[in-house]
Design a protein around this ligand. Structure first.
Ligand code: MG
Ligand code: MG
Length: 253
């Protein structure tokens, strides 16, 4: 049975905006510092320091036992990579950084995938199309539409380029819990999904693979990789539903 979707008041959405702006500011800071030679542990330190400076708590640390503050997933890693002093960024890598915080009891969650130094045009296109698909999904965040309209819009866009949508992991509602109903898959399912209502806050997060959609989890129990070893990209925003245009709470603008 699925959980009820919790609608948020405008006062709650204001706090969630602040939480998400801590996330957005952190991601921007990390993006500006990403270069060959630094470790993913260093990124994790910068993220957690910034988060605590902003009176917030890193949301992923300790979540079901996750050891880091940041999820850092390189190249064929899809999501949930564990920060490590031993993992050094190299020219030509891509790195997905996913960050969440809790501020005044509410969560923010957002992710970006960024190039390390120079990457191939083929991989550049994967990043571009994945980010575009996130915005195709966000365009559907309107009262009266259904969750499946978001899923379908993301899938349609990426499949035009021959990419595939990860099935095993999905977006989610967010609020005073990091993960709430509804689930937001990035692919169409033949089932009735919830209507979108004002006060919903949705974390939309396409995980898009260049090759097969199939993934597996490494022996560390966390790191998700593509089964064919080809690259994967991940972008995420937390978005509030209003009577009018969707509000991207984790906007970096
Ligand atoms: Mg996230
Ligand atoms: Mg999320």
């Amino acid at each position: 049975m699925s959980q009820p979707i919790i609608l948020k008041s405008s006062a709650e959405i204001d706090i969630m905006f602040q939480a998400n702006q801590i996330v957005a500011g952190t991601l921007k800071m990390l993006e500006s510092r990403i270069e060959p030679g630094i470790s993913t542990w260093q990124l994790d330190r910068w993220a957690e320091d910034n988060c605590r400076k902003c009176d917030s708590i890193p949301a992923f640390k300790g979540y079901r036992g996750f050891p880091g503050s940041l999820c850092v997933s390189i190249n064929e890693q899809v999501v949930h990579g564990i920060p490590s002093r031993k993992i050094i960024l190299h020219d030509g890598d891509i790195i997905s950084i996913d960050f969440g915080v809790c501020f005044k009891g509410y969560f923010g969650d957002s992710a970006i995938t960024v190039p390390v130094g120079n990457i191939s045009n083929e991989v550049k296109l994967l990043l571009q199309v994945t980010e575009e698909s996130l915005y195709k999904g966000i365009e559907q965040v309107r009262v009266g539409r259904r969750i499946d309209d978001i899923s379908t819009a993301v899938q349609k866009h990426v499949e035009k380029f021959g990419y595939s949508v990860v099935r095993k992991f999905v977006g989610h509602g967010i609020g005073s819990n990091l993960h709430e109903a509804p689930e937001i898959p990035n692919y169409h399912r033949k089932k009735r999904t919830a209507r979108i209502l004002p006060g919903m806050v949705l974390a939309i997060e396409p995980m898009i693979n260049m090759g097969t959609h199939d993934v597996k989890v490494l022996k560390d129990g966390w790191t998700v990789v593509t089964r064919d070893g080809r690259p994967s990209a991940h972008f995420e925003h937390s978005v509030a539903v209003t009577e009018g245009d969707p509000v991207v709470l984790s906007s970096r603008d």
